[in-house]
Design a protein around this ligand. Structure first.
Ligand SMILES: [Mg+2]
Length: 313
């Protein structure tokens, strides 16, 4: 039985993140501290309601209902609280075991629109080689012109992945994929809405550029469902909102899983668990992980000294 303490945070983006879902300015979340008389471990709840997880308020209510927790309670956290399940289960696992620090290749998120043109170089100079760029936000002709300018400017060793957040229609998705095939884009993420699964399956068979599902597979139930329905393209996995890490590990053992790990703008606490405990424990290919997002913030929540991170809240 471990004692539960928690503190809330609010992270302001340096500049709002513009996606097809709208403008995102503040990322709220909860840091968990589990302890006994000898030892402490850390966890994080970073819900993303737009992707179907619980809301911040629901997560907060759940934390307020607990003074202590044990393994049996964690296993019973209901499916409608996936970010809570991740937060407590990851904290419990880090309490029991220590993992060595890993160095993984990151994909770095560029600002949307033509601001990407001025932003990639400083990231490149810091060693970034994979970039992600949001589309499906402005009129397509304007976005395609920005895209041509961006791929022309990027060095040939750079890899670019695009994310539409479900914001394209069938015709625009085909236009984009023709361009992607021509320029060798790594993949196109979530071109259509989750309910257009069959159309995305068709797109994945029609072009060379792989399609990645993200909004379609936000929770473990959805991941398992799309796999059952025959999806063999890429799965984007946001572990912090997917639910139980141990169940995610089981899912990864299915044959032929091509996966991209992705951030929900969590702090160093959830990032460290995902990168040092979760990812090394499964084999899901060699794609750069989508955690190159810390340059979007200017706060103390990326620091690896979790005691002082806690004290800063
Ligand atoms: Mg995405």
């Amino acid at each position: 039985m471990l004692k539960v303490e928690f503190r809330c945070y609010q992270r302001s983006f340096k500049q709002p993140l513009h996606t097809h879902h709208g403008l995102w300015e503040v990322r709220p979340g909860i840091i968990l501290k589990l302890s006994d008389r000898h030892q402490t471990s850390w966890g994080e709840i970073a819900p993303l309601e737009a992707f179907g997880s619980e809301s911040f308020d629901q997560a907060l209510q759940f934390c307020q209902s607990l003074r202590t927790i044990d393994r049996a309670t964690i296993v019973q956290i209901p499916a409608h609280l996936p970010a809570c399940r991740f937060g407590f289960e990851s904290a419990w696992e880090s309490f029991e075991a220590h993992a060595p620090v890993r160095k993984l290749n990151h994909s770095n998120l560029l600002p949307t629109g033509n601001m990407a043109l001025g932003a990639w170089r400083s990231l490149w100079n810091q060693g970034a080689r994979t970039f992600k760029w949001k589309i499906g936000v402005a009129p397509i002709q304007q976005e395609l012109a920005n895209f041509e300018a961006l791929v022309t400017a990027l060095p040939s060793q750079a890899q670019l992945r695009l994310d539409a957040n479900g914001g394209l229609n069938w015709n625009d998705a085909n236009l984009w994929l023709q361009k992607c095939d021509r320029y060798g884009v790594e993949f196109l993420e979530q071109p259509l809405l989750p309910q257009q699964f069959d159309a995305m399956l068709q797109l994945s068979q029609r072009y060379q550029t792989p399609i990645a599902l993200d909004e379609s597979v936000a929770t473990l139930e959805q991941l398992e469902c799309c796999y059952e329905l025959g999806w063999r393209g890429i799965f984007v996995v946001k572990a912090a909102i997917a639910g139980s890490p141990s169940r995610l590990r089981s899912f990864c053992q299915n044959p032929g899983i091509d996966m991209v790990w992705s951030s929900v703008f969590e702090t160093a606490i959830a990032q460290r668990y995902i990168q040092n405990y979760l990812i090394p424990s499964v084999s899901t290919g060699k794609r750069a992980i989508g955690f190159g997002v810390n340059h979007w913030f200017n706060d103390d929540l990326n620091q690896l000294d979790f005691t002082s991170l806690w004290q800063s809240l």
